[in-house]
Design a protein around this ligand. Structure first.
Ligand code: G6P
Length: 473
């Protein structure tokens, strides 16, 4: 019986080291939920890095054994590999270029590239230990761009899918990478390449046709004897989870507490992972402009801002954190009143019940990234609005803006526009809120995470059939 192997840089569990040893906690992420419908069945598996350095052989074996019971297979990384492959090449080269942050942030170190190769090969070796002819291998994201061809070279008779969770930049950005040829070559081993939006597909095929000696016809790439397909699959969320959480007792208690704490003001929600691509500083600037130009809103609005710690060993992220601290401190110092603080800022992760209560309570949700592959926060907010009210302000630079067209769509660089959109959101008549929210809820409900997994898997099967029929012609 053929099996499916999911491969991503991170496993869908978090492992932390405590005085009592290693502790496992399952990930709340949408990808983990969606793919849970896949890897938990039969002898399917998920291969990935457990997220921390584990040095002792005994500890490694122990962790491997425990993960095995959850159908997970670890790829252990040495500290130098974490530094150079993960922090270096993935997050200091690919992440900034793919998010259009080229001049300030990109470092093209040869050693980063070498480690990226080493670690992609490590992942391949782990796949080769368990993969058999006929299996389906679904590889995820920018940390593993070389993996499809590395696997294909060893296993001709498997189906390989690849999905990129971040934007694919235009050729003018992508061409700057010294290893642009090798990166695209690495992907050519796949049968199906999925991206979030049609623009990403267009950018990708544009780069492939300019950089590689292949034929590109619409969304089919032909390289030598093989043809592969590139298509957009906008990722969805676990709608059921977000629509039912607000009905649970403990979430209802949180909602009451939030309503009581902010009973005199409208709540504006902002939730992101710490990242310069999320536009957090620009959002703060727009909020400050609102307070400055419209003093009538003082004490009537509150921003609840959560920044989830991320990659803080990469220097730009640590620096960004300091800048956010400073900006929030300045705004609060300038505008606060005895009984009112404009921004409630939290630098930590929150349990899902509290996030759900915030989504359900916020009058406005501000999602204004400078670039974002999809942005699931925007969809989580919509799914949580079971009374069909609330207003989403959404950046046109997020993949989600192509679907959530009933949000107030803004250019995140246009501070005036964001400021005005917040005012429009705060004053939107209830009927209009309802009309917009209903449309958006219907969309996120239909195109949920399970639907995303299904259409990708179905397409992969279809591509394999297409390849077979081309061979027999
Ligand atoms: C983005 C990427 C993922 C990544 C996640 C968290 O969503 O597309 O691949 O796992 O950020 O980042 P981290 O570096 O902590 O894995």
């Amino acid at each position: 019986m053929p099996k499916t192997i999911i491969v991503s840089n991170r496993l869908p569990v978090k492992i932390s080291k405590t005085d009592d040893g290693y502790v496992f906690s399952s990930s709340e992420g949408g990808l983990a939920t969606g793919l849970g419908s896949v890897y938990k069945h039969g002898n399917n598996k998920w291969i990935g890095w457990p997220g921390i350095e584990v040095t002792g052989q005994h500890d490694r074996e122990n962790i491997r054994h425990q993960l095995d019971e959850m159908s997970l297979v670890p790829v252990f990384l040495e500290q130098e590999e974490i530094n150079q492959y993960y922090e270096g090449f993935s997050n200091d080269v690919l992440w900034p270029v793919f998010h259009y942050y080229i001049s300030t942030y990109t470092v093209y170190k040869q050693s980063y590239w070498e480690y990226y190769n080493i670690v992609n090969r490590k992942f391949r070796d782990e796949i080769l230990k368990i993969a058999e002819p006929g299996d389906v291998i679904w590889i995820h994201d920018y940390q593993l761009l070389l993996l499809p061809s590395l696997v294909r070279a060893e296993l001709a008779d498997v189906s390989i899918g690849f999905f990129l969770h971040i934007p694919f930049p235009s050729h003018e950005m992508f061409r700057n990478i010294p290893w642009r040829y090798e990166l695209l070559e690495g992907l050519m081993g796949a049968d199906l390449i999925g991206l979030h939006t049609f623009d990403d597909v267009r950018h990708f095929t544009g780069s492939v046709s300019r950089i590689l000696p292949v034929t590109v016809s619409a969304n089919i790439i032909t390289t030598g004897e093989r043809s592969l397909v590139v298509e957009s699959f906008a990722m969805g969320i676990d709608v059921n989870k977000y629509a039912t959480l607000p009905l649970k007792k403990n979430v209802k208690d949180h909602i009451s507490a939030i309503k009581e704490a902010f009973k005199n003001s409208k709540l504006i929600l902002s939730i992101d992972r710490l990242d310069y691509s999320k536009g957090i500083l620009q959002r703060l600037q727009a909020f400050e402009q609102l307070l400055q130009k419209h003093p009538e809103y003082a004490e009537k609005i509150t921003m609840y801002m959560i920044v989830v710690p991320s990659r803080d060993t990469v220097p730009q992220y640590a620096q960004l954190r300091d800048e956010i601290d400073k900006r929030v401190g300045n705004i609060n110092a300038l505008y606060r009143k005895m009984d009112w603080t404009p921004i409630h800022y939290y630098y930590r992760s929150f349990p899902i019940e509290m996030l759900s209560a915030l989504y359900a309570s916020a009058d406005v949700c501000l999602v204004t990234p400078m670039r974002d592959g999809m942005n699931l926060v925007s969809k989580e907010y919509v799914a949580s609005r079971i009374n069909d009210d609330g207003v989403l302000v959404l950046s046109e630079m997020a993949g989600a803006s192509k679907e959530l067209i009933d949000a107030l769509i803004v250019n995140p660089n246009n501070i005036n526009e964001v400021c005005e959109a917040i005012i429009t959101a705060l004053n939107m008549p209830h009927d209009e809120q309802k009309e917009r929210m209903q449309q958006m809820r219907a969309l996120v409900t239909k195109f949920n995470i399970l639907h995303w997994v299904k259409i990708f898997m179905d397409k992969l099967k279809e591509v394999k059939q297409m390849q077979r029929s081309m061979q027999t012609r």
